[in-house]
Design a protein around this ligand. Structure first.
Ligand SMILES: C[S@@+](CC[C@H](N)C(=O)[O-])C[C@H]1O[C@@H](n2cnc3c(N)ncnc32)[C@H](O)[C@@H]1O
Length: 453
């Protein structure tokens, strides 16, 4: 019988795609690029600029810890109001205490990351064009952790049943890209005879929880539901736990768009809830998945197709996705759609039904992969080329000039009508139009100031 594949044999440098070697002390290294890829809390940390990514995630953790502190302080100041209903007081005290406890728990959980050494300079990280998307915070998918490991709502089982219905009993070497805290990867690994299941995500909070829980470790964190059902549901202490996974389930930290694996390393690549949230054209992502698969291997997608890119031509329908899959080296495309509950916390009135699309396609030939993914254009990286006068930049410049002028007029005396008259006098805008524009601008500023205070 062939030996079970080892994760280390599948890893490749995310900069040059060469095989990685174990490093002398710990982690991996690319001898060609002379880069050391560390382990973070035992997980391979395979970002192309590891020290820069470390700094980015450290900053996100600090930001979240500060946010929890600030929320507890704000509640403390609201508690000074003697007129509060007793019920309100009780709720505020409960949430304040939960924020403080969450702060301690999160700081302990993320201690290996915070102690992970000095981050790289900003220049290194820009030069490598590997910046994380700014909309991806530590908590962007925090609710998913509770869904994965704490709620007994059947959502995980519904997802696993659909995916399992399209997988072979023995799917070989499986890669789950954008695995989050890994429940689907865990369920698939447990329910099939996969030789190896690798769960990759770039968020160390999510992957770290997945790795620990699937080793049998219990973790406690607070859930703060957005529409609590009752007073006790405003902050709920959840315990994440599971039976330890059978051998062969591995968690890796890295960027799915520069997946740190050797070419053709996997027999099955699964993309759950990923294709429509990454800043990469679906067809290009398809060629990257193709490159990761051995010939005859399969791509299995699961989740929404809710593309939201500025280019309308890239907001594909299911039919367009199927056509693009057929053009990127795959055949035998099969798909199904299902309506399932999505993110329905038992402690929240918020939640929805979602129609999910699942498709599976077989790789029949290798296609050329686009060049390495770069998140920033050349002129931003080198700083030496002309900044393009994009139409959207010009529009922003024009409106910012007007806003700057209006802000300079705020002196505690002038009304919106006074300011509109001045804008007209400066020939910037007709008075009537100016009143509406200034009011909208002031509403935004007013709302921002209320949020930030
Ligand atoms: C919508 S969530 C889905 C999570 C999980 N697959 C599930 O079904 O709950 C998207 C996941 O992809 C991860 N992700 C987004 N972009 C990524 C990238 N470029 N590389 C790695 N992970 C990424 C996020 O951190 C998040 O865990």
């Amino acid at each position: 019988m062939a030996d079970a594949p080892e994760l280390a044999d599948l890893l490749a440098c995310p900069r040059c795609d060469a095989a990685l070697a174990p490093a002398q002390d710990e982690g991996f290294e690319c001898r060609g690029c002379q880069v050391h890829y560390p382990l973070l809390d035992g997980l391979p940390f395979l970002f192309s600029a590891p020290r820069a990514s470390l700094g980015e995630w450290q900053a996100r953790v600090h930001h979240e810890l500060r946010r929890l502190e600030a929320r507890a302080e704000k509640i403390e100041s609201e508690l000074l109001d003697k007129e509060l209903l007793p019920l309100t007081r009780e709720r505020l005290e409960q949430v304040r205490d939960a924020c403080r406890d969450q702060h301690a728990k999160l700081a302990a959980l993320m201690a290996p990351l915070l102690a992970g050494g000095e981050p790289a300079t900003r220049e290194t990280y820009i030069a490598l064009r590997t910046r994380l998307p700014s909309d991806q915070g530590l908590n962007t998918y925090y609710q998913n952790v509770h869904r994965d490991w704490a709620w007994a709502t059947g959502e995980n089982a519904a997802a696993a049943d659909i995916v399992l219905s399209m997988l072979p009993e023995a799917p070989g070497r499986v890669l789950v890209l954008g695995a989050g805290s890994g429940r689907l990867a865990y369920d698939l690994h447990q329910c099939t005879k996969a030789d190896l299941t690798v769960a990759l995500d770039f968020n160390p909070l999510l992957a770290g929880i997945g790795a620990r829980v699937s080793r049998g470790e219990a973790i406690e964190l607070w859930e703060f539901p957005i529409a609590p059902r009752s007073a006790e549901d405003c902050a709920v202490l959840r315990e994440f736990d599971a039976e330890p996974a059978r051998p062969g389930l591995e968690f890796v930290l890295g960027d799915a768009l520069r997946a740190p694996f050797r070419k053709a390393a996997f027999d099955m690549v699964i993309t759950p809830w990923l294709v429509d949230i990454v800043p990469l054209d679906f067809a290009e992502l398809a060629t990257r998945v193709n490159g990761l698969l051995a010939k005859g291997g399969s791509w299995m997608n699961f989740g929404s197709l809710a593309f939201d890119t500025p280019e309308e031509s890239r907001c594909y329908t299911l039919e367009e996705c199927v056509a693009l899959v057929g053009q990127t080296g795959f055949d035998d495309v099969e798909y199904r759609t299902d309506r399932i509950p999505y993110m329905c916390s038992p402690a929240s009135r918020h939640g929805r039904m979602e129609e999910v699309v699942s498709f599976r396609a077989r790789k029949d030939k290798t296609v050329k992969t686009a060049s390495r993914y770069q998140s920033l254009p050349e002129w931003l990286v080198t700083g030496k080329e002309a900044v393009p006068a994009l139409p959207s930049f010009q529009m922003q410049a024009a409106s910012n000039r007007i806003y700057a002028f209006v802000m300079g007029l705020i002196d505690g005396q002038r009304s919106i009508a006074d300011m509109a008259r001045l804008l007209e006098a400066q020939k910037l805008m007709a008075q009537q139009e100016a009143e509406g524009v200034i009011r909208d601008f002031m509403i935004r500023m007013y709302e921002d100031s209320r949020r930030s205070s």
